[in-house]
Design a binder for this molecule. Structure first.
Ligand SMILES: *Cc1c(COP(=O)(O)O)cnc(C)c1O
Length: 384
């Protein structure tokens, strides 16, 4: 089969399964409203959980740092792209989250790839929750280490897999809050089982950081654990973009030698680092606590309303509230119906989620108002 035939067939298969992905160009995609073609929709599909992407203090910090540093970092951090703005952000993250060191990456995807690639050797085993993010599972697949997947959130199954004989080291990988289901991992159990097997634990808290825990410290604070490796990303609750690895001083030094995504890639713009630092300041302040409080009230409002309608809500108490529909076509239909009534939601289909579990992934944010939730519930009610 030629390249062209292969591509055409793959696209045709996606089309046939109602699974072809396309992008919609929007005028504004984060915040309470999604604006497209000049039309305003209530936005239930962004990961800007605290509504910080539009925060004046973050915008000002970005502008001021751009005036000072320019817009590009000029190189990898190993060359000339590591500025005071980067250093201050790393120090602020380490202080906030209680780790000796933080290392910045351009994205969560890159951080996960880099850490797993730098750690795994031939005799090692990576044991990951089977619903882990694509960036984690793909990196583990590419690693010379063996990959085993444990049943979702099942610490007992994890313990069984860890108990199998092994020549090398074991790395356990999971998330704080799962991106497509919105449920939380039993982190205390997972940490205990990992420790008993002398493994290391890596937690990706992309959806928990900033949003839950004391001062927004995330899922690990909620469950009172300190994993060996904590991944935090800045494109969701933090409202900007980028990521960091929190770890010991020696692992940070090791990654500085061996994390290829760090060494061979331009560092984030200094202005971006300054905006993230400004975001941390808001998240740790009284205002941050109020935003989290408001978000939790909206989540409770949605769940109570959805249960009253007998909608198939999941166990999620996070900002991610999936409505599992099942079939791709029905899910797309529902999304279109919601859109026609002014609510922007995303239909998530396999292979992003398991076959037969296509869903509307509704995300609530602190930028919403109670009337937005009411409106959403009403439309869902009528759509049935
Ligand atoms: C979004 C996400 C990532 C990727 O982070 P980016 O900074 O957007 O690349 C990694 N892990 C999880 C669990 C995510 O949800």
């Amino acid at each position: 089969m030629s390249w062209q035939q292969r591509i055409d067939e793959a696209l045709a298969a996606r089309r046939q399964a109602d699974a072809l992905r396309t992008r919609q160009c929007v005028d504004q995609g984060a915040g309470r409203w999604l604006i497209r073609d000049g039309q305003r929709y209530r936005n239930f599909s962004s990961n800007d959980y605290l509504g910080l992407s539009q925060h004046p203090a973050l915008i000002l910090a970005w502008q001021q740092a751009a005036e000072k540093y320019g817009v590009g970092s000029g190189g990898s951090g190993h060359v000339s792209g590591y500025t005071l703005a980067h250093q201050q952000l790393e120090a602020g993250l380490a202080d906030w989250l209680g780790y000796p060191r933080a290392l910045l990456f351009i994205s969560g995807f890159a951080a996960n790839q880099a850490v797993i690639a730098a750690l795994g050797n031939k005799d090692d085993r990576i044991v990951a929750d089977r619903l882990s993010h694509a960036s984690l599972l793909e990196a583990a697949n590419l690693s010379p280490a063996a990959l085993r997947r444990f049943a979702h959130n099942d610490a007992t199954h994890l313990a069984t897999l860890l108990a199998k004989p092994i020549g090398g080291e074991q790395l356990v990988v999971t998330e704080g809050v799962f991106s497509m289901d919105g449920d939380s991992a039993p982190l205390a159990d997972i940490a205990r089982v990992t420790r008993q097997a002398n493994g290391w634990l890596m937690v990706d808290d992309a959806h928990g950081i900033g949003v839950c825990g004391d001062e927004g410290r995330g899922s690990c604070d909620v469950h009172q654990i300190t994993p060996d490796i904590l991944i935090v990303t800045f494109g969701k609750g933090i409202g900007v973009s980028g990521a960091a690895v929190l770890c010991s001083a020696s692992l940070a030094n090791y990654l500085t030698q061996f994390a290829r995504h760090l060494i061979y890639s331009t560092s984030m713009p200094p202005a971006q680092a300054a905006a993230i630092s400004a975001s941390l300041a808001v998240i740790r302040s009284e205002e941050g606590a109020q935003r989290r409080h408001k978000l939790n009230a909206l989540i409770a409002q949605f769940r109570a309303g959805a249960k009253a309608q007998n909608l198939a809500v999941t166990a999620s108490d996070s900002a991610i509230q999936p409505l599992i529909v099942g079939e791709n076509s029905r899910t797309l239909e529902l999304a279109a119906q919601l859109r026609a009534h002014g609510c922007w939601v995303t239909a998530i289909r396999p292979p992003t989620v398991p076959p037969g579990t296509a869903r509307l992934r509704l995300t609530l944010t602190a930028a919403h108002e109670p009337e937005d939730i009411e409106q959403l519930l009403e439309i869902l009610h009528d759509a049935r």
